[in-house]
Design a protein around this ligand. Structure first.
Ligand code: SF4
Length: 492
């Protein structure tokens, strides 16, 4: 059987022809990150909800052969054209598509594509154009194409009522000019597959419109300090590469005009960290008691708790190291893995444990945003939560402005900073190592199918991970409060 294209393969080729070739010939090289996997999972959950919203719809299941799926589709459309068909399967001109929803409408067919994103994006239109073209060529002219995306203004009221979760946007006119281009996209895709692996350099296409799963395969052997590690410096990096400079240590003195980038260069070349002179005084001057706070939160495309919105940041865990005085430290922690909405208990526990005075130290603006949002959600707690938010001191901008160690390799994340102030401290070896992994673990923990022993294992992993984030802040502040943690290299 000749190689077939699918909608996804055509979209892959629209991003990069090498990606299409690799998808078909070297699929084992794909690296699916937890983030990408979670987005897939959210898409599947959304499709389940759509099927639930249209209970008279008919599904072509994925466990039948392609031939059966094609035959079942044809039979359903002939016998019950007005009944929504899920995953209707069509094949023409060596292109195979499965439509989220197809239904007879007037003198043609109404195609609905469901997306878990929150607005119509240009590549969605390519996606719809391919489907409408193939379905039309298969003998079912599409008279209306609708993109159904998640409406962030929707409030879930509970009891499985998801009416209003999706916003339906008619994209029929917008895809017309694209449909005329589909035959050329198909020809290009088939030509790519008939040839050898395309020789394509990495570029902006690798991350837009979505991250390519072949980035690790295509990435050149990195130099030790690639110029791409320069923080927030996309244009500068491109200019350096255009000048043939790919290592920070090879950047000529005077080339970089932004002080923060020059600081990174100097630290990398000399191997000595940069510590601004005023940093120690600032950190040492923070009053006691100090509260080092970090949240973990989760977002759902399809809300699971009543009175929440799609993609709302919902805190389910926090850790707080309470430092009553030098060397006097204990941890307060919260984690609700019961499966019930954790936000109210989270807020009440914060108010109970974070005292009335003393700075609340965070390493991002996120904690302040979450506390303010909790205050809006629970007006009776609003005053107390606002008082907590007022006490927050975000260390991230302070560190960005006053500290850089070459081992941070351009990153100011707490995970990159920690080993530079506490050698040997690392997130390596933890089951949960970052925020996305924490979300994935939490979802598994609240899944009713997860048994008690596994839930307990996840609980311990989450508590360990979150505590390490707050301990890292304590170590950072203690170390940099020392008047001479390093030989000072203030270059300002
Ligand atoms: S990583 Fe970039 S160059 Fe490589 S296949 Fe993907 S998009 Fe193409």
């Amino acid at each position: 059987m000749p190689t077939m294209l699918s909608k996804s393969r055509i979209l892959a080729a629209r991003q990069c022809s090498k990606r299409l070739w690799l998808e078909v010939n070297r699929p084992e090289l794909r690296v699916v990150t937890p983030d990408i996997q979670r987005r897939f999972d959210q898409g599947h959950r959304l499709n389940d909800v759509v099927h639930h919203l249209l209970p008279d719809g008919h599904l072509i299941t994925s466990d039948v052969t392609l031939g059966s799926a094609l035959a079942l589709t044809k039979r359903h459309l002939a016998r019950q054209p007005r009944t929504p068909l899920f995953e209707g399967t069509f094949s023409r001109h060596r292109v195979l598509v499965r439509a989220d929803i197809l239904q007879g409408s007037g003198h043609g067919w109404r195609l609905t594509e469901v997306k878990s994103s929150t607005r119509v994006k240009p590549y969605h239109l390519d996606d719809c154009a391919v489907q409408a073209w193939v379905i039309g060529e298969a003998g079912y002219p599409v008279s209306q194409t609708v993109l159904a995306h998640v409406d962030t203004g929707f409030t879930y009221r509970g009891n499985g009522d998801y009416q209003g979760l999706l916003r339906h946007v008619d994209v029929s006119e917008r895809i017309q000019p694209l449909m005329e281009q589909v035959p050329a996209w198909v020809t290009t895709g088939l030509d790519v597959l008939a040839g050898d692996e395309p020789d394509i350099a990495m570029g902006s296409q690798c991350t837009s419109p979505f991250g390519c799963p072949f980035i690790p395969y295509c990435s050149p052997e990195p130099t030790e300090y690639p110029v791409s590690l320069l923080p927030n410096a996309g244009k500068v990096v491109n200019a350096l590469l255009a000048d043939g400079i790919d290592d920070v240590r090879d950047i000529p003195e005077g080339w970089l005009t932004r002080p923060r980038l020059e600081r990174v260069r100097v630290a990398t070349v000399t191997g000595k960290p940069y510590v601004a002179r005023e940093l120690a005084d600032y950190l040492a001057g923070l009053a006691y008691p100090r509260y080092y706070l970090d949240f973990e939160s989760i977002q759902f495309a399809v809300p699971i708790w009543a009175d929440t919105h799609p993609y709302e940041q919902l805190p389910f865990q926090w850790s707080c190291q309470v430092e009553e005085g030098a060397e006097l430290l204990h941890e307060e922690a919260f984690l609700d893995d019961s499966g019930r909405a954790p936000m109210r208990a989270c807020a009440e526990r914060l108010i109970a444990k974070l005292g009335d005075s003393g700075p609340i130290l965070t390493y991002s603006p996120f904690e302040r945003q979450v506390i303010r949002a909790l205050g809006r959600r629970y007006p009776d707690l609003g005053q107390s939560l606002d008082a907590l938010a007022e006490r927050i001191v975000d260390l991230l901008p302070v560190i960005r402005q006053h500290y850089y160690h070459p081992a941070m390799r351009g990153s100011f994340s707490i995970k990159a900073v920690l080993p530079t102030v506490a050698p040997g401290s690392t997130y390596d070896g933890l089951d949960v190592k970052d925020g996305v992994a924490a979300q994935v673990a939490f979802e598994e923990a609240i899944d009713p199918a997860t048994d008690a022993s596994r839930r307990n294992e996840i609980r311990q992993s989450l508590l360990t991970y979150c505590a390490l984030d707050t301990l890292a802040m304590v170590q950072l502040v203690r170390f940099l409060s020392n008047p001479a943690p390093f030989d000072k290299t203030d270059t300002q």
